[in-house]
Design a protein around this ligand. Structure first.
Ligand SMILES: C[S@@+](CC[C@H](N)C(=O)[O-])C[C@H]1O[C@@H](n2cnc3c(N)ncnc32)[C@H](O)[C@@H]1O
Length: 217
């Protein structure tokens, strides 16, 4: 039956045309409902996809160190470890006030040294941690604590008197060779948790995982 016949039949039934139009309306609206379901699906898919991409972008800097030749993950120094580094700085015989933290993480060692008057700088591969550290320095108003995104194996150490490293055992021989080549007698190396394999420390502070080895060059 065509629409025209149907309408004619409806009019012939003596029913109120207005009421008839109300009865027919839901059938005419069905395609609109289908379209709106499809758009909701597309919207949900876009939101989920966007969230997955955003999450990957934020997580990538934390996973990237695992793809490098020497894997140095982000493990923040404990409060005791930071205190031990500060003790090492206060005992320093070099008297120099320039410090660099190689792989500065969230910046806690650089910030603590900055608060004690050291011109301190942190180099870190993870962009998110570099931004976080800069923000922390700004919020705590520590102007002499700075940070940059840099590879610790490509830094010029020569202008620093205090070189702090919280690394992993596998990277210490390579670092020791680098220090041997570039450091002068006005500097000291402070190694956290893992010592340099061949150098003799001038003193050792703390114990267990919080141990700090101090080497006067
Ligand atoms: C064990 S955490 C130490 C963090 C900080 N120094 C502390 O004591 O809290 C090592 C840090 O080095 C960073 N890192 C790893 N490889 C690096 C590289 N080649 N150059 C610079 N930073 C690196 C990691 O992202 C991580 O934040």
């Amino acid at each position: 039956m065509t629409m025209e016949n149907k309408n004619t039949q409806n009019l012939n039934c003596g029913c109120d045309p207005y009421l008839l139009s109300l009865v027919e309306t839901p059938q005419e609206q069905q395609p609109v409902a289908k379209i709106s379901n499809r758009s909701t699906g597309l919207l949900l898919a876009s939101i989920t996809g966007g969230a997955a991409i955003a999450l990957s972008v934020v997580c990538f800097p934390f996973v990237a160190p695992a793809l490098r030749r020497v894997v140095l993950p982000y493990v923040p120094a404990s409060t005791q470890q930071v205190e031990n580094v500060m003790k090492a700085l206060s005992k320093s015989s070099t008297g120099g006030k320039k410090l660099i933290d190689l792989g500065s993480g969230d910046g806690r060692i650089v910030l603590a040294a900055g608060q004690r008057g050291f011109q301190s700088h942190g180099v870190e591969l993870n962009t998110v941690l570099v931004l976080y550290s800069k923000l922390a320095a700004w919020r705590q108003r520590i102007k002499n604590a700075t940070f940059s995104r840099q590879d610790l194996f490509k830094v010029d150490y020569t202008k620093y008197n205090n070189i702090v490293i919280f690394g992993v055992e596998e990277m210490m021989p390579e670092l020791e060779a680098l220090f041997e080549k570039s450091l002068t007698s006005s500097s000291q190396v402070i190694a956290c948790r893992f010592p340099l394999p061949n150098w003799k420390p001038s003193h050792i502070i703390g114990e267990g995982i919080d141990t700090v080895w101090v080497y006067e060059v």
